[in-house]
Design a protein around this ligand. Structure first.
Ligand SMILES: Nc1nc2c(ncn2[C@@H]2O[C@H](COP(=O)(O)OP(=O)(O)OP(=O)(O)O)[C@@H](O)[C@H]2O)c(=O)[nH]1
Ligand SMILES: [Mg+2]
Length: 134
């Protein structure tokens, strides 16, 4: 059974010219890219995506950062797509992320941690609707 997940290359990685090597990592898994678009997120989209973090000390900085420049929005599909991508991304804090993962290899700080990926099938549906819904 194929599953869909929402993946986003964050502004720091786009600014550093890392779009191609990061997409390569995701393609290497065998998952299929169904949607792909460069865009600057609206504040509304950013707030909807991170609603679970509203009120936390890092929330305002997170919204500022994620809307600070272009991101690459993607939908990937295939068996266990959510889990496969989360494993590939590595831990939230790049300092804890294993070498070989996207955050482990390209990330420096928890604030600018290179990529976002849905954490469940339900989150994926919600996020795909936020970022690709009509
Ligand atoms: N400064 C700071 N940022 C945090 C902290 N926890 C989470 N964040 C930021 O908020 C984002 C969302 O947090 P989570 O959803 O818990 O982590 P995640 O699922 O690995 O990351 P995303 O894929 O971006 O959603 C993270 O990617 C971090 O950039 C924290 O304790 N301090
Ligand atoms: Mg998350």
């Amino acid at each position: 059974m194929d599953q869909r997940t929402y993946i986003m290359i964050k502004p720091d990685a786009v600014k550093r010219g890392l779009i191609a090597p990061i997409i390569q990592r995701f393609e290497n898994t065998g998952l299929v890219i169904e949607r792909l678009e460069l865009a600057v997120l609206t504040r509304e989209q950013a707030a909807a995506n991170y609603v679970e973090h509203e009120g936390k000390p890092f929330y305002e900085g997170l919204i500022e950062y994620i809307t600070s420049g272009p991101v690459v929005k993607m939908v990937l599909a295939g068996p266990e797509a959510v889990m496969v991508c989360r494993k590939l991304m590595g831990a939230t804090n790049p300092r804890d992320a294993a070498p070989g993962t996207v955050r482990g290899d390209f990330g420096l700080t928890v604030d600018a941690n290179v990529v976002h990926g849905s954490d469940s099938s339900e989150s994926a549906r919600r996020e795909i609707d936020i970022f690709f819904g009509e």
